[in-house]
Design a protein around this ligand. Structure first.
Ligand SMILES: [Fe+2]
Length: 200
């Protein structure tokens, strides 16, 4: 099925001052739109236009780099917008998620430190992730558009560490952006929704 650019689930000012209107306009309207447009063109050329985005991501990994880059970035950004909300973040998690973070990742503080470290140490463009793999939570990082789907895991939270996600608001201070994402932006309800879908 054709990829479509989803509308943001909030208005362009909603995430300020942690993520500005200007960042969202460029990031959603231009960068994400380009992944959608290029992904549709390349999926059609590859004869894969009827597949879901998840299937295109898995099929193109390691076989069609151009299509993979765009399809994976489309998948990543569809969720990235929903992984944030106004007045989000912080350590008040839904109970089920808190219990899993306690048992699998050593508690919220350790999760926060390890997730931020993953994003900070991803050299160049990429993502930091919280995923479910073999029934357990795991933190990882990937370069460019790569994501946990191609490593046998189900992503439930990801943060974009491409410069287009933070340079307008934070310049080169990637750790400051990651801290703001965790403390003030994460939509834990959507993380829980993906956790429950991945755990069934
Ligand atoms: Fe991005």
């Amino acid at each position: 099925m054709a990829f479509e650019l989803p509308a943001l689930p909030y208005d362009y000012e909603a995430l300020a001052p942690f993520m500005s209107k200007e960042t969202l306009e460029y990031h959603h309207d231009k960068h994400h739109k380009a992944y959608v447009d290029n992904g549709n063109k390349l999926a059609a050329e590859a004869g894969l236009a009827d597949l879901s985005v998840e299937e295109v991501v898995k099929k193109s990994f390691g076989t069609n780099q151009g299509l993979f880059n765009n399809a994976a970035q489309h998948y990543n950004h569809v969720h990235f917008w929903k992984w944030m909300k106004k007045d989000g973040g912080g350590n008040k998690l839904p109970g089920k998620l808190q219990a899993a973070i306690d048992s699998d990742l050593g508690g919220y503080d350790k999760f926060k430190a390890d997730f931020i470290a993953a994003g900070t140490t991803q050299f160049g463009s990429g993502w930091a992730w919280l995923s479910v793999k073999d029934g357990k939570l795991a933190i990882s990082k990937t370069p460019n558009g790569e994501n946990p789907l191609v490593h046998g895991a189900s992503p439930i939270l990801g943060v974009d560490v491409w410069e287009h996600s933070y340079y307008i608001d934070y310049r080169n201070a990637r750790p400051k952006y990651l801290e703001a994402f965790v403390d003030s932006l994460i939509n834990w309800d959507y993380v829980l929704e993906m956790y429950e879908a991945a755990s069934t």
